[in-house]
Design a protein around this ligand. Structure first.
Ligand code: MRU
Length: 360
């Protein structure tokens, strides 16, 4: 299975997703600024993958720090944390990674600085490995909602490329296939950056899952024709009330699902749930440069498709209100959006609040 990012011989190696599917090239990062550049320029993208990249970037940045004690070490790490936090605002996974690494270090404040540097590398690698396990668990819970013969629509790329491996939205598809269910996927091309066309279609073809590519504005028509059984998307940040931020166009799909009585599922690792925010209104939404809209990818690079000087609005993410979400599928099980906040409690009996396909 394709790997978006690895730590190898003291370097962070990322697959340059901005060149896929035409070129499979890798970027070697030997300093944290290069990792941050990779996140900003979408060489690596997808919420869990950029969280992993941030953790690896921090581990890389730590190696160059000269500090005599823990306090000096933490002070010197601050610009590294900030560099990562200032790359992309919507995915909560970067903040999650910074908080996880900070907590990890504080618990080990009596260790030597040299030892902490080594431990940070181990922790970053562990974050990647854990992400793969989390995705497999999402796959197990999510596959219960997929029947033999189903057609699943997905948006953007929430596959292996967007994570440590296995993907979030793609995990239930992979498990369903392993279970012998005959499924097919309809992939929205996902303008402006075409993650669906360039990445999801490419990935699913490699996995042997039949995939059909559509333009984003075809989704409503195929739903109306009765050709879609369910929708599964990923998320960049889901909040306490179950509102979901994901790639622009997700909200449109969710509203269409309601109209056509199609279940709308969100695959969300707990690391993508921001329990500190109560409503989707408060999620910071990334806006990107106009060239993603005025130009389109072509084999020869970017091709202009709009007049010079035209005004552009390029909002990268939208928020789907929880009333449109059938279930949020996490590694702990699938839950109604209204039950998500219960995951904050330690002593909750998950079995009591898990959504089962027979309850739909
Ligand atoms: O701009 P991107 O490509 O980083 O956006 C990615 C998405 O919106 C994904 O659907 C989301 O991060 C979930 S990935 C498991």
């Amino acid at each position: 299975m394709v790997k978006a990012i690895v730590w190898e011989n003291g370097k962070v190696i990322m697959l340059d997703q901005s060149k896929l599917p035409f070129e499979v090239t890798f970027v070697e990062c030997t300093d944290y600024m290069r990792v941050a550049e990779g996140i900003k320029k979408l060489w690596i993208r997808g919420a869990p993958a950029i969280g992993i990249a941030a953790a690896m970037g921090i581990a890389l940045g730590a190696q160059d720090i000269k500090a005599k004690n823990f306090d000096e070490f933490m002070k010197a790490l601050e610009p590294v944390f900030n560099e990562m936090l200032n790359t992309r605002p919507t995915a909560v996974n970067i903040k999650w990674a910074v908080e996880r690494v900070t907590g990890f270090l504080i618990k080990r404040k009596d260790e030597s600085v040299d030892r902490l540097k080594k431990l940070l590398i181990e922790e970053a690698k562990r974050i990647l490995e854990e992400d793969i396990e989390v995705n497999k668990a999402i796959g197990k819970w999510g596959a219960d909602f997929i029947k033999d013969g189903d057609t699943i629509l997905t948006h953007c790329n929430a596959g292996a490329l967007a994570t440590g491996g296995y993907g979030t939205a793609t995990a239930p598809m992979l498990v369903a296939k392993e279970q012998g269910k005959r499924i097919q996927v309809i992939a929205d091309e996902t303008r402006p950056v075409l993650q669906g066309a360039r990445l999801t279609a490419w990935e699913l073809m490699q996995e042997g899952i039949p995939v059909t590519l559509i333009t984003d504005n075809t989704a409503g028509a195929v739903m109306k024709r009765g050709e879609i059984d369910l929708v599964i998307v990923g998320t960049d940040r889901t909040v306490r009330n179950g509102d979901v931020a994901n790639k622009i166009g997700t909200y449109t799909l969710a509203v269409l699902c309601k109209e056509h009585k199609i279940p709308f599922y969100v695959a969300a690792p707990v690391s993508s749930i921001d329990f500190s925010i109560s409503s989707g209104e408060d999620i910071p939404i990334e806006e990107r440069g106009p060239e993603e809209v005025t130009h389109i990818y072509g084999r020869g690079g970017n091709v202009r498709i709009a007049p010079e000087g035209v005004k552009v609005k390029n909002i990268s993410f939208d928020v789907t209100p929880h009333k449109y979400v059938t279930a949020i599928i996490t590694e702990k099980g699938a839950f109604r959006p209204g039950d998500l906040k219960k995951l904050m409690k330690n002593n909750i009996n998950l079995e009591k609040i898990r959504l089962k396909p027979q309850l739909l």
